[in-house]
Design a protein around this ligand. Structure first.
Ligand SMILES: *Cc1c(COP(=O)(O)O)cnc(C)c1O
Length: 344
């Protein structure tokens, strides 16, 4: 296939799952929202279940419905949006568990007959969940109490300890209910943060817990694209829209078949690099919708050779930093016309 491709290494995914389980000594309950961060929820959840995972989190009802349809009755699926208006019946019928975020959601869920669900306590992020002092008394169907760290990628932030201590106090109201606190970064903060189960996303998919590569986490996703044309560019001529690059020496330029419609953000230029023919080489000029230009001067490359935008040779956290963003956004931006393939 000569088009942009997102290749997912399922063995590496399972290895990251196993590593996080060993690191924390707790069951890993993967977060597979946004189609498993763009990698494809069905294939990833199938593999994570082989690795031992049973409980999964999505953000939206629609994601939960699709995952239930694909995976059948076995996995436990929590919906982080909770019981949104009108959603109770749609959640109950396929056995999706809302994570209840506020009093209206709780009333709605119980009025509809209730059933297995989670409860989100906001310990300082001010995003979703009950304030600690407004945490409801325990109720039938409550199976899991969660909270979420705001600064887990900064291990030295005092916010982490504050949130952890707040959560430890609140979950005391629910002594028999399992508690889930740590996202990827939280898994690395030590045993105090593990509670009863951990809830990582990005580090399963190959992102480091602190937004930079971590040797303990294996790359999972490789984003590559083919060279469509190789051309010499003489001194003084320019490359791409708006003369984004002017040659100050003779260049050999490869035009690569991936652009912002594939998820290569325009902000990737001017610092972006790709791995090609064994080297990291700079992206030249503007990213266009379907193509980008790479300086391949002195390299032996031809049409059809592939360049790696991120993957084992170009860590996703490095690619994200050079784009001024985070690995999460790179992964979830990979376009729908990009071919997804799975190995392992
Ligand atoms: C996205 C999300 C996670 C996973 O976070 P990562 O940083 O990707 O590990 C965990 N919990 C909640 C509530 C989330 O929204």
């Amino acid at each position: 296939m000569t088009r942009a491709r997102l290749s997912v290494d399922l063995d590496a995914l399972a290895a990251n799952h196993d590593f996080l389980a060993r690191l924390t000594g707790r069951p890993v309950q993967p977060v597979v929202k946004a189609d498993a961060y763009g990698l494809g929820a069905e294939a990833c959840v199938t593999r994570l279940m082989q690795a031992g995972a049973r409980t999964f989190f999505v953000a939206r009802l629609v994601e939960g419905l699709a995952l239930r349809e694909a995976m059948g009755p076995t996995p436990v699926i929590y919906v982080l949006d909770g019981c949104t208006a009108g959603a109770a019946a749609a959640l109950r019928e396929p056995d999706l568990r809302p994570v209840i975020n506020h009093g209206e959601q709780l009333a709605r869920w119980l009025e509809a007959g209730g059933g297995a669900c989670g409860l989100h306590i906001d310990t300082g992020m001010n995003r979703l969940g009950f304030r600690p002092e407004q945490a409801p008394a325990t109720f039938p169907g409550l199976e899991l109490v969660i909270s979420h760290l705001a600064c887990a990628d900064e291990p030295d932030s005092p916010m982490n300890r504050q949130q952890r201590d707040t959560f430890a106090a609140v979950r005391g109201h629910y002594p028999d209910i399992p508690a889930s606190f740590a996202n990827s970064g939280g898994c690395f903060l030590g045993p105090d943060y593990a509670f009863d189960a951990v809830r990582p996303g990005i580090s399963l998919w190959g992102g480091g817990p602190e937004g930079r590569p971590d040797p303990r986490i294996r790359p999972v996703a490789t984003f590559s694209a083919p060279i469509l044309q190789v051309r010499p560019v003489p001194v003084g001529e320019s490359v791409g829209y708006a003369r984004g690059k002017v040659a100050d020496q003779p260049l050999t330029v490869a035009t690569v078949g991936a652009g912002y419609a594939d998820g290569v953000m325009r902000a990737t230029s001017p610092r972006g690099q790709v791995f090609v023919a064994g080297q990291l080489r700079p992206i030249l000029g503007r990213i266009s919708m379907d193509a980008l230009a790479v300086d391949v001067t002195g390299l032996d490359v031809v049409e059809g050779d592939r360049v790696e935008l991120f993957g084992p040779n170009r860590p996703i956290d490095d690619a994200a930093r050079d784009t001024g963003t985070i690995a999460y956004e790179l992964l979830t931006s990979v376009g729908s016309r990009v071919d997804r393939t799975y190995t392992g």
